[in-house]
Design a protein around this ligand. Sequence first.
Ligand code: G3I
Length: 359
Amino acid sequence: MASLSALVVFAVSLSFRGVSALPQASATSAALPTGTAVVQGLNYLAQNAGKLYFGTATDNSELNDTAYTSYMENNLHFGQITPENSMKWDATEPEPGTFTFTDGDVIADIAKNYGMYLRGHNLVWYEQLPDWVTANNYNATGLAAVVETHVTTEVAHYKGQVYAWDVINEPLNDNGTFREDVFYDTLGTDYITIALQAARAADPNAKLYINDYNIEYVGEKSTAMQNLVKQLQADNVPIDGIGMESHFIVGEVPTTLVENFQAFADLGIEFAITELDIRMELPETAANLDQQKTDFYTVVNACLQVSVCRGITVWDWTDKYSWVPSTFPGWGAATPFDDNLVEKPAFDGIVIALEGGSI
Ligand code: G3I
C-alpha cells in the first residue's frame, strides 16, 4: 500500500482546486434544509480519524455527468470506489469462459487515477448471475470448476488493483440459514471455500470479504455470519473481512451497531461499511432530513468506535443515482447529497461524526 499512500498524497495536493466545485443550495432544494458544514472533504476527515477511506459506489452510466464526476474524482471527498454493477458476474462472464472487463476497467482506472482504494464487487452472488450458470445444470464437479474459473480469471485480471473483494455476496437468509441458490444447492458451503481459496491464489494481497445485509446489528443473522467466519478459520480457509451493507431506514438505524461490530472484531478480522444509505418515504420532510442527519452520524460514529472498521462506503453519494427509488417505489432520498448534488443535513451528520463531535 506504500505506493497507494504516495498517490493519495499526490492526488490530495492536486485536488484542492476542486473543493468548491459543487453547486450552492439551489432553488429546487431551498424549501428543505441543506447541509452547512464547510470541510475539505469526507475522505480527508475519515483518514484524519484513522480510517483508510470514505468512499462511494458508482456506476458506468453515471460517468458522463461531469458535475458528478468532478466532485467524486477528488480524493479529499472520496478515497475509495466500488463499481455498483460492472464487476458482477453477468457483466464480466456473460457466456461460459467469455470474459469482458471493459466497464469494470473504467472504474478501476478511476481508482488508479485519483488514488482511491478499489473494492471489487462482487464475485459469487445469486443475483445478476447470467442464466447459463443455472441453466446448464452443472453437477458439483462442474459447478466447482465454473466458480473457480470465474473467480480466478476476474481476480487475476484486477490483481494488484483491488484493496478488498466481496468474494461471496449475501450467502445467508435473514434467519441465519444458508441461502438456497444454485451454488449452495449444488455444492453446499464448499462453494464458499472454493471461491475464497481461488481468490487468495489469484491475488494474495487482496483482502477477502463476505458481504451481506441485516448483519449490522445483534441478531441471528449476525450470529450465523460469525459462525461462518469461525468455521472458515477452523478450516484454514482465507477470510479477512466482513462487509456490512447497511441499507437502513430513517429513524430505524439499529441500536446495537457497536456491540455487533465488536463481536466481529473479536474474531480477529476486519470489516467495513460497504453500501450505506438511509432511505425515507417521499417526499422528504425537514423532520426526516434532520433524523437522517442523526442516523448517518450514528452509523459513521459506530465505525469510528471499532478500530478494525476500515472505512465507510455510501451506495452512491447523491440521490440522483441512488438505487432506492426504483426498488422501493415511494421511497428515496437515501444519500447525503440531493438530486442537484447539494449537501443535505446528512452530510453534516457524517462530518460531525468524523470530527469526533456529538449530536
Ligand atoms: O444492465 C441492464 C441494462 O442493459 C438495461 O438497459 C437496464 C434497464 O433497466 O437494466 C440494466 O440492469 C440493471 C442494473 O442494475 C444495471 O443498471 C438492473 O435492471 C437493475 O436491477 C440493477 O440494479 C442493481 C441491483 O444491485 C441488482 O440487484 C443496482 O443498480 C445496484 O445498486 C444493486 O446493488 C446491490 C449490491 O450489488 C448488493 N447489495 C444490495 C445492493 C442494492 O440492491
